[in-house]
Design a protein around this ligand. Structure first.
Ligand code: PMP
Length: 352
C-alpha cells in the first residue's frame, strides 16, 4: 500500500499552490512574485529565544492597530496573510457543509486553503471588465466571500458603495473578506473604515509587499473584535516567532513607515513608466489597471515573450494558462535599473 493512500482524500487530489518559489526559474531580475526590490537592514533587539513568544505580541499589535487606524482588539497577527486566509476558513466553514465564494480570476490561495480543509468552493466570475458582480454577491449563498483589492493579478479595485450593499445583504449570513495585500500602493482605497458599520467585513493585510518583508512571513487580519476573538480560538498557540515580532514592530515605527511610504512612491512612479511603455507596444493588446506593485498585460504571443525575457535573465509570471488570462504576463515592479532593463528588452522584442 502506498503511503499516499493514507492521506486524506482531498489531500491526495490536491494541487498545491504554485508559488513563484516553487515554480523556480533562473535569472538576475526577479519580477515574478510581487516582492519589493530593496532590502532594509534590521537588527534584533530581542534575543530571549529560550522563551516562547507572546501569543499576540503587544507592541506589534499596537503598532499595526495604530498604522491601520483601528483599536488593538481589532487586529490579529499571523504567519503571512496566507495563514489568515486559512484560519478564516477553519474558523467559519464546516467541512462538507459550508462553502467559500471566490471571484476568479483572483489570488489562488483561497482555493488551495479551502481544498486542504475540505470546504467547497463556489465561483462567481468577475464580469467582462474584470469587476466584481455585486448583484451576484448580494444573492450568494456562502459562509465566506473572498474579494481582493487590488486584485491579484488583474489590478481591479472595489466600488465601495456597491460593496456596502453586499455587506448589508449578507449581514448575519456571510463574512466578506477583502484581501488588501497591496493596499499600500493605493491607500486611499482601503475598506477598513467600513468595518465599524459592517461587522461582517474582514480585511487581510501583509508586510510582504510594500513593507518589503516577504521573507519575514508576517500578516494581519483587521476585523470586528468578535471575529478576532473567534480566530484566536483557532490559530496556532505561538503564531508570531519572537524575531518576527521584533523586526515587524520596527517596520511599523514612524521611521519604518516613512521608509515604506517612500518605497511606495518610487515603485508607483516606476509602475506608471512601465504602463506607458507597455501601452505603446504593438505586441501588447491590453494593459490591465495597475494598482499594486505589478502590472498585468496581454501579449499577442506571450509564450515567446516569456521565453525571450527568461533568456535575458528576466523572470516574469506567466498567467497564459489561466482561464480568461490567455496571453497574459504579470510583471512585478522592480528597482529603476531592473525596470530599465525589462522595458528595454520588451521594446527590443516589439521591434523584431
Ligand atoms: N493575498 C494576495 C492577493 C497575495 O498576492 C499574497 C502574496 N502572494 C498574499 C495574500 C499572501 O501574502 P503573505 O506573504 O502575507 O502570506
Amino acid at each position: 500500500m502506498s503511503l499516499e493512500k493514507l492521506a486524506r482524500e482531498n489531500v491526495q487530489k490536491l494541487t498545491p499552490y504554485q508559488s513563484a518559489r516553487r515554480i523556480g526559474g533562473s535569472g538576475e531580475v526577479w519580477l515574478n512574485a510581487n516582492e519589493s526590490p530593496d532590502c532594509q537592514a534590521f537588527s534584533l533587539s530581542d534575543n530571549e529565544l529560550n522563551r516562547y513568544p507572546e501569543f499576540q505580541p503587544e507592541a506589534l499589535i499596537d503598532g499595526y492597530a495604530s498604522y491601520a487606524g483601528v483599536d488593538s482588539s481589532q487586529v490579529l497577527a499571523s504567519r503571512g496573510a496566507d495563514e489568515a486566509i486559512e484560519v478564516l476558513i477553519r474558523t467559519f466553514c464546516e467541512p462538507g457543509v459550508d462553502r467559500i465564494l471566490i471571484c476568479p480570476p483572483t489570488y489562488g490561495m483561497y482555493t488551495v486553503s479551502a481544498e486542504t480543509i475540505g470546504v467547497e468552493i463556489a465561483k462567481l466570475e468577475l464580469d467582462a471588465q474584470f469587476n466584481v458582480d455585486y448583484d451576484g454577491l448580494c444573492q450568494a449563498d456562502a459562509k465566506l466571500i473572498f474579494l481582493c483589492a487590488p486584485n491579484n493579478p488583474t489590478g481591479n479595485m472595489l466600488d465601495h458603495d456597491k460593496l456596502c450593499q453586499v455587506l448589508e445583504a449578507q449581514r448575519d449570513k456571510a463574512i466578506v473578506v477583502v484581501d488588501e495585500a497591496y493596499i499600500e500602493f493605493i491607500p486611499e482605497q482601503t475598506v477598513v473604515p467600513l468595518i465599524k458599520r459592517y461587522p461582517n467585513l474582514v480585511v487581510t493585510r501583509t508586510l510582504s509587499k510594500a513593507f518589503a518583508l516577504a521573507g519575514l512571513r508576517c500578516g494581519f487580519t483587521v476585523a470586528d473584535p468578535e471575529v478576532i476573538a473567534l480566530m484566536m480560538k483557532v490559530i496556532a498557540p505561538y503564531p508570531v516567532p519572537r524575531p518576527i515580532a521584533d523586526i515587524a514592530t520596527q517596520a511599523l515605527s514612524a521611521e519604518g513607515l516613512d521608509v515604506m511610504r517612500s518605497r511606495v512612491s518610487e515603485l508607483n512612479r516606476l509602475r506608471s513608466e512601465a504602463v506607458d511603455t507597455l501601452s505603446g507596444l504593438k505586441m501588447v493588446s491590453e494593459v490591465f489597471p495597475a494598482t499594486g506593485n505589478y502590472v498585468l498585460a496581454r501579449f499577442s504571443d506571450s509564450a515567446s515573450v516569456f521565453k525571450a525575457m527568461g533568456e535575458r535573465g528576466i523572470v516574469l509570471r506567466d498567467f497564459a494558462n489561466k482561464p480568461r488570462l490567455e496571453g497574459c504576463i504579470r510583471i512585478s515592479i522592480g528597482d529603476a535599473s531592473e525596470m530599465a532593463q525589462t522595458l528595454a528588452a520588451l521594446r527590443e522584442l516589439d521591434a523584431l
